[in-house]
Design a protein around this ligand. Structure first.
Ligand code: FES
Length: 395
């Protein structure tokens, strides 16, 4: 049996039974390294790739085979058998993907005796060994984390921001409510003189029909105007995806980014659609969607990082002008479908904040701005902590 190692020894490793490998990527391990193996054509030869898409580090186990190539489930980047990225749909059909967009492939992958064998690096043995009764595949190793820092749901910096925790009308006069935020349980109580929160927080407030809690002194600001016209809240959703990753997935393409204090705006235009996006750190998103010939709708999405593995999604849609109930319902269903579609594949425990950990292309301007905004939040929160420590020391 091949043992697990962080640095693979040269050689061949049995990674899967050949009969178990079809056109769906199978995660495998070879000498402690993670790979996916698959056939790019039914019954064709086996191909192996590094396990994450270089774009947003999505696992390729959710990728599909299209036209003899691997298509990432994230944003549709395509990869040929040699790992070369052949298409980035957001850049258009004639764009040349950057070299960093390519997947890594092993030195060799081969079938023998009903097994798929993988040699990560050049080895003196040109062919895999014969399989025996004791041939087994090693366990699939965990995927390596990004090299730089990531922002997860329990990042200490998130204490220095306002977070939505409940719909305001859930908290009746004299009533109380328990909510989760940043891995802790908080109790809200509506009293005659306002809302009390325990344990003590820097602040609690009502805004946009929600109750918000700021555990520490906020270093981020709020969105500006958040919509006009008839509005409808969607039923709240829970997802296991970290809030920063979820927000990144919601952004979509964008250009013409303008940085704001604690956030940014950006636009995206096609022949039949104009979208203006605004983000306020950490997890407030507002989108004004103007379809050609249709009513303008505003989509507000507020994310509540409840626990390390749980994010609550609060979303509201409003429609401009004289709208009918069916108009509003259609807009709500559209947003609900967009939110429910997210969360497709494991993208790790948080959002990488270092640009070199991922591959950004021109249409990723919103995603790049989100990373910068969140990295700035981390720095500002650290500075605030330091100032508070200094104040305590000086007192
Ligand atoms: S195309 Fe793979 S994550 Fe974007």
């Amino acid at each position: 049996m091949a043992s697990s190692r962080s640095v693979p020894a040269p050689g061949w490793f049995p990674v899967a039974r050949a009969a178990d490998v079809g056109t769906t990527p199978v995660p495998v391990g070879a000498g402690g390294q993670a790979w996916v193996v698959l056939r790019l054509r039914p019954g064709g030869e086996v191909t192996a790739f590094s396990p994450r898409c270089p774009h947003r580090l999505t696992t390729l186990t959710a990728a599909t085979v299209v036209g003899g190539q691997l298509r990432c489930a994230g944003h549709g980047w395509r990869f040929a058998a040699d790992g070369r990225c052949t298409e980035v749909p957001a850049l258009g059909p004639h764009a040349v993907p950057p070299p960093r967009a390519d997947l890594t492939t092993p030195w060799a992958v081969e079938e023998r005796d009903g097994w798929v064998w993988l040699a990560p690096d050049r080895t003196a043995q040109q062919r895999p060994p014969r399989a025996g009764a004791d041939t087994v595949a090693e366990p699939v190793p965990a995927l390596p984390p990004p090299g730089g820092p990531v922002l997860d749901n329990l990042a200490p910096a998130l204490a220095h921001a306002w977070h939505p925790v409940a719909a305001a009308d859930q908290l009746a006069p004299g009533g109380w409510l328990s909510v989760r935020l940043l891995g802790r349980t908080w109790t809200l109580e509506r009293r005659d003189d306002g809302i009390a929160v325990a344990p003590a927080a820097w602040g609690v407030r009502e805004r946009e029909g929600m109750v918000w809690v700021a555990p520490g002194r906020p270093v981020a600001t709020d969105l500006g105007a958040t919509g006009v016209g008839r509005a409808q809240w969607l039923p709240p959703l829970r997802t296991a995806t970290p809030a920063a990753v979820l927000l990144d997935a919601l952004l979509g393409p964008g250009r013409q980014v303008h940085t704001l204090s604690g956030g940014f705006t950006g636009t995206w235009e096609t022949d039949d659609l104009r979208v203006r996006t605004e983000v306020a750190a950490p997890f407030q998103l507002l989108r004004r969607v103007e379809p050609a010939g249709g009513p303008v709708r505003w989509e507000l999405v507020l994310l509540q990082p409840e626990d390390g593995d749980c994010t609550r999604v609060h979303a509201r849609v409003s429609v401009e002008g004289r709208v009918t109930r069916p108009d509003l319902t259609a807009a709500a269903l559209r947003l609900q479908a967009a939110v429910s579609r997210l969360d497709p594949a494991d993208r790790g425990r948080g959002l990488p904040l270092t640009p070199r950990d991922e591959v950004h292309v021109a249409t990723d301007a919103l995603g790049a701005a989100l990373r910068t905004t969140l990295a700035d939040l981390v720095v500002a929160a650290r500075r605030t902590d330091q100032e508070e420590d200094d104040d305590v020391a000086a007192a």
